[in-house]
Design a protein around this ligand. Sequence first.
Ligand code: DX5
Ligand code: ZN
Length: 240
Amino acid sequence: MRKPRRPAASARARLPPTPALAPSILSADFARLADEIRAVERGGAALLHLDVMDGHFVPNLTIGPPVVEAIDRVTGLPLDVHLMIEDPDRYIDRFARAGADMISVHQEAVPHLHRTVACIKECGAAAGVALNPSTPLSVLQEILPDLDFVLLMSVDPGFGGQRFIPAVLPKVVALRRAIEKGGHAARIEVDGGVGPGNIEALLQAGAEIFVAGSAVFGGGDPRRRVQGLTAVLERARRAR
Ligand code: DX5
Ligand code: ZN
């Protein structure tokens, strides 16, 4: 299934309905990527999280625009491209043209965030800013009204399969409060160490998009893993 091509009128149109599970393909079997994607699609994943690493901002290398484009050809799911790279401005347009529906850049890697966020939106994607666990929320104060989403890292970026950093839970609560107080539209995405043991607490704290790599692809059937995690989200949402 192919999704309609941009440019579309509004970037927000490509954010998934929330709460949403976003399997990260970082822990998938890259030799069978299309099958892995099909499995999470069947399980009810709302979008796909694609981790782009450059070996500079983080000590790991992953995929670039040609792989994003190839993934776009085999799925109708929105593509959430998390840029863990230095100087992301150079590549935003290429990732957008490759099929990215959401693009996040790291505050720690970008000196002129307003320009970068505007550039993501001009390219027709939803714009997000990612914060490392040790980066305070205060750096978002002036940019928050402009954001479609905020990606709170709950591990130091670079690798899948790391342990969730508990200090991020109150950070989610504080961000939710700031968004509501300011009447902003930004969604909260959490990424790193998310799984059955903490997804419900993160939802209650105010997170809306849940990235899960090893919890989905780290063993067993990814379709069932997605079904299990989305069922938790659905149950918690109904109980609200
Ligand atoms: C880490 C990446 C994450 C990673 C999450 O730098 O940004 O998206 O795939 O993997 P898990 O869920 O295994 O922590
Ligand atoms: Zn990520």
